[in-house]
Write a protein that binds this ligand. Sequence first.
Ligand code: GLU
Ligand code: MG
Length: 437
Amino acid sequence: MSESGLIYLLWSDLVGMTRTRGVPLQDFDSRLESGLGWACAGQAMTPFEHLADNPWGPVDEVRQIPDADTRFTIPASGEHPAIHAVLCDSRPSPGEDWSACVRSFCRKAIADLKAETGLDLISAFELEFLLHGPDFVPEAPFSFAAARAQHGFLTELEAMLSAAGVAPETVEPEYGRGQYEISCSPRPALKAADAALVSCEITREAARRHGIRASFSPKPTPEHVGNGSHIHLSLANAEGLNVTYDGAHPLGLSETAAKFCAGILAHFDALLAITAPSPVSYHRLGPHHWSTGYRCIGWQNREAAIRIMPGISRDPEKAAKGFNLEIRASDCTASPYLAVGVLARAGLEGIRKNLSLPGPAEIDPADMSEEARLEAGITPLPESLDAALEAFKTDEVVRGWFSDDLYQSFMSVKSWEADYARSTAPEHLFARYRRTY
Ligand code: GLU
Ligand code: MG
């Protein structure tokens, strides 16, 4: 390869941040086999300038080894040079999995689901973000004015996403002041997590090139509408057919999909520590925000932790093709790999144990009577990071999916964040998460 410039080796960590080391592009081929070294302890970085206690200390190292299929380029524009990058797996040595690598955690969970059920997990992320900056003027929610005001940014964003191989399904203004959204297209779940990471980074870069900032923080300020990262899931058989739907079920779920959902719901409180893992996540979650406050499932219900998304066609075959589940209690402070990984594992657990689904929420669960909620098994979600971490700690099943190193470092980083939130003034806390994510 004779190109000049840099290529960034990227990897995602426990706090959903993309870390990197760059190498000359001309040396890329020679880095393909053994990558670059990185202190294991780096996996215990908090989102800020702080390394949490961790099992490795100053001694051990892993290799960040590029997965050549994930290489992408953000094209040059104006005075901004092209950016070349590639996603990596963290490995003790080439070909060997590291017990604390989030991408390998995700890959294994999906592989186990496939091995036991013959099904592939298909996924797509919906990513909400806030545009802000001194010269940014918000327009009305969902309005054409809000699209036109940012048309330059949105157009370049679409072009960059497409050039990087992660063309979005839609790009639009959202409900909140200054809030926008991209919906990624569905892909096999590991690639969907890759696409979520790449899409967030490209959005931040496109905004930067337009003199604004894009923040995916779940709650950029106490007043702003929350940013979700809804995760869509469906199950596909060996022929690639969506087998999530069955018209005979009251909620349209196939037998396997119903068990899959039951597994996710059974462990939802613990899963939340992974899918909504920062102190500000809990300022987004809660009833009446369309972000979800209750552990329940519901047909097209935006207040349910799992929203059933029916296919839109009148043709039953086409409708079955579009049918999917939307996990709403997740945000971009989560590692997309850990989030998809635990959802796959929880779903598999439901299939293994033949779990049955609790009653659905037919309306906003917050508007149901306490009695009706009890009867349907609908319970409030943990209301703080501490409560979610406690649920994780006490859920033996979920705990069992994590290696000791991964569990300890995750708990250590997240407990540090929970402590940090307790000792930090709210304006400062929101600003730091807004700036970092
Ligand atoms: N902003 C809402 C959330 O925090 C979601 C709104 C919607 O797209 O339904 O999840
Ligand atoms: Mg949205």
